[in-house]
Design a protein around this ligand. Structure first.
Ligand SMILES: [Zn+2]
Length: 354
């Protein structure tokens, strides 16, 4: 509600074309309500449990309505709602075909949300939307070839090439979290063994730490982590920052795998910048240092690596970057991709182009 200066006369009510971005995470939903120019009117964080998929749209719509209420707005003020989902998404149909970490499959989330909110709804994979948003908003400068590597409950990358979001044939380009890197490694949510995600995601780091704590107890090695109930990746990085040897060993191992992922992304896509984000990355320097160290080691090994892994190749987003929610706002601004005449995509594998 805005008032004009100190006067009692309320400003005339104007319909504002607002954009709403919804980032659906493994443990929380983040909603941003912005003006078309990017000014934030409301930001809402709501926890999600293991929401059964038939209730997902209602839950998201409720958080969106609450956020709009905080912004003094209603769904009528909204141009479009963008939703980023951690999983495989069909942007044309607005459906989620598979989101392993949420337990969703074949969910027509877009149409359901449109029915509940009465406004157009645009869906995309969360990390790909984030990568698109980082590019469109020039968050890391005027770079047209970049990859966004998100490390949180899941691990995935979004790739922008020549200034366009590269989705690939099935919208899965950058799904590096489910590349098997250690066939004897722990089981992954996708059913494989030893995927990158099973080694460096938040839950994976917690699991590695629990095992390291058990070994430390057997070997009579002191670690403050032994007194922490339900160890999380946040505890592990905090202990590592305090110099705990057991935690340092875990985060060093994670750093080596992530350096491998950075190397693979750079060599595969020849991007200029790898942007790191996601909940685990919020540990900041303690998270980044082992990756940088391992990249340095790789550089020593070859001229090619030295050329491709330049010191400026990595950029860590600050914890308050909200890349997922801003990505969702960005796709909302672009609207739903249209199927070309004849039911074919305008260009297979490249939605979200201008
Ligand atoms: Zn996997």
């Amino acid at each position: 509600m805005s008032h004009d200066g100190h006067g009692a006369i309320p400003a005339p009510v104007e319909r504002r074309p607002l954009l709403v971005g919804v980032d659906v995470g493994g443990t929380k939903i983040t909603v941003l309500v912005t003006e078309a120019g990017g000014r934030v009117l409301a930001r809402e964080l709501a926890p999600v449990g293991a929401e059964p998929q038939h209730r997902a749209a209602e839950r998201i719509a409720a958080v969106v309505r609450a956020s709009l209420g905080r912004a003094g707005a209603s769904p009528d003020d909204v141009q479009a709602v963008g939703v980023g989902v951690p999983g495989r998404v069909d942007p044309l149909a607005g459906s989620v075909s598979l989101a392993v970490n949420l337990g969703w499959s074949d969910l027509p989330l877009g149409p359901d949300l449109e029915a509940l909110l009465g406004r157009p709804c645009v869906l995309e994979n969360d990390v790909r939307a984030a990568a698109f948003g980082l590019h469109r908003r020039h968050v890391v400068g005027d770079i047209d070839d970049l990859a966004y590597l998100a490390i949180g409950t899941g691990v995935s990358a979004g790739v922008v090439l020549h200034g366009r979001l590269h989705r690939g044939t099935h919208g899965l380009a950058g799904e590096i979290g489910h590349v098997v890197v250690d066939s004897d490694g722990p089981e992954c949510a996708c059913g494989e063994r030893g995927c990158l995600e099973a080694l460096v995601s938040g839950p994976a780091i917690a699991r590695l730490a629990r095992s390291a704590i058990r070994d430390a107890l057997v070997g009579d090695v002191a670690t403050p982590l032994r007194d922490v109930a339900d160890v999380t990746s946040v505890d592990v990085y905090r202990a590592a920052a305090d110099g705990d040897r057991v935690a340092l060993e875990v985060v060093d191992g994670v750093g080596r795998w992530l350096a491998w992922a950075v190397h693979v992304l750079v060599m595969t896509y020849d991007v200029e910048r790898i942007v790191l984000g996601g909940g685990v990355s919020h540990a900041g320097a303690t998270f980044l240092e082992p990756i940088v160290r391992e990249l340095g080691r790789l550089r020593e090994g070859s001229d090619l690596a030295r050329e491709q892994l330049r010191p400026g190749v990595l950029e860590l987003l600050p914890p308050d970057a909200d890349a997922g929610a801003w990505g969702a706002v960005t796709i909302a601004g672009f609207g739903r991709p249209e199927a070309a005449a004849g039911g074919r995509r305008r260009e297979v594998g490249h939605a979200w182009e201008t």
